[in-house]
Design a protein around this ligand. Sequence first.
Ligand SMILES: [Mg+2]
Length: 371
Amino acid sequence: MKISDVQAIPLAIPPKPMTPPSPWQSRVSKQIVVRILTDEGLSGVGEAFALGAPLAVCNVIVEGLAPLLRGQDPTRIEYLVDLLHRSTMIYGRRGIGMFAISGVEIALWDLLGKARNAPLYELLGGIVSPRLPVYASLLRYDSPEDVASAARDYADRGFRSIKLHQVDVASVRAAREAVGPDVELMLDTNCPWTPAEAITMARALEPYRLFWLEEPVWPPEDYEGLAEVRRASTVRIAAGENESTLFGFRDLIARRAVDVVQPSVTKVGGISEFRKVATLATAANVELAPHSPYFGPGLAATLHLMASLGGSLPVEMFACELEAPLLTPPIVARDGWFDVPTGPGLGVEVDEAVIRRYPYPAEGERPFVLT
Ligand SMILES: [Mg+2]
């Protein structure tokens, strides 16, 4: 079997209208599906991270990676991934280059699973946890009242862990009052503060018993600053979604900057790299919770990884619904749990009708304007 082509498919599937509304809704409307085709008719799908400049990521796949892959045996994953890493060394160690490699790598694993007629978790060592606990990852809201309303809604739906994306104490207080003492709350701030500001905020948040405080320090790679915050407060620190490769995570963990490490399968380098990070975290007694605000093959890949790794921390589920599900069958949490897909490879397919219906950019639309 030989790779005949590699496709990168940019999509714009918007989320359904939400109550209360979130200013972040437009941020979740881009997706990148990667497809690897073979001369035997078998194909595999993956997903690359799409927030920011999705067409640039697609271009890395089509211009930078596809020529290296065409004609190759797709079952030699470790060999091919090493080739991609070395060939993109000057521009691809993190960011959009590694998003592209991640999407291709996931598609290679899906293809291998289909070729062997085995679910991905079987290829990764077999199942440890067929059902995985889920946390609802709320979008950002404009007021503490809206945060409380959304948190209460997801608690009522059976979620025992809920993450907020706010940057103020009042929203955390409102959410804690809304869900009571028995629901775990996390706070993801997306890198807003200096270490000194983050220490002040972490101490102010201590009464609300956060399960973790995520990415409190700007910039994300300031691990010395993050370690200072971790030492100065009792709040557990989580980070890692903006880090790539085993070596990037080695630095994050070696500085004792986190209690919980958060690799993202569509950014870190894919499935193999995620597993290497998991091993590193285990050896350092750091917990792992995947970053996975995805609706496509990236979410399926995360579930296979966590099913094969075990562990007790919940999997991230973005708390909104797309206008049309990208996967068939769709992956849906029930009562705060995900069931791991059991079919060959990722165990899911992308819906071809949805791909045709939601191209990015839409026909006749220019994605950007040069002036
Ligand atoms: Mg985050």
